[in-house]
Design a protein around this ligand. Sequence first.
Ligand code: URA
Length: 240
Amino acid sequence: MSEDIQRLDKAVSSVFSLTRSEAKKAIRAGSVTVNGVALRDGALQVDPSKDVLALNGKTAQWRKFVYIMMNKPAGYLSATEDKACATVLDLLSPQDIKRGVFPAGRLDKDSEGFLLLTDDGNFAHEMISPKKHVPKRYVVSLDHSACDDDIAAFKSGITLDDGYLCMSAGLEILPDCRAAVTLVEGKFHQVKRMFEARGNKVLYLKRVSIGNLQLDDSLALGESRYITDEELLLLKGENV
Ligand code: URA
């Protein structure tokens, strides 16, 4: 039996972004069809991964999980709640929040760029786990330009202030005291602390890609969109 089978009112509420009571009302009014047949009992079981649901004749795609690309602005915590500070969830729609999405990985409060949010716990684990080696690329502005010795040190593994030996990381020197860093792990403030260990300081940090998926540059700061099935493969580091 499909694990996606659920009550019609629950499925309608999730597919058409309605509250449960709005979904029940629409079903009672005969506005909902399942495979072309109007069903008026919200307790009936449907499989939204196979059955075609329509509201007032319009169909919509059911998503088992959602995967969101956000261009995170500075000033927001990568968390689901905080007493004092705004979180990245404050930038999402109520429907996505209701689904229980959470950030898969974090960016510091003052960092910007590609933040992945999902309600798929297994996928989030795959993205975050250092064992999976999913590369994340950051562009930083530095106090002063990085040098060739920094490239060699990043490659052989930087030791952080707490004694942690980082995995090998990529460093590319860019013009105007900027650099691009590629990490396959994500320790607390890692990029900033790696440059600190080299006597430099990160003044600005933006994540530009995860796996083989680049941040969509049409997303303004604070905007987000769903990741497509093809992009999901890129996220996992596959080439499509
Ligand atoms: N490394 C940092 O120092 N900060 C971030 O936000 C991400 C990586």
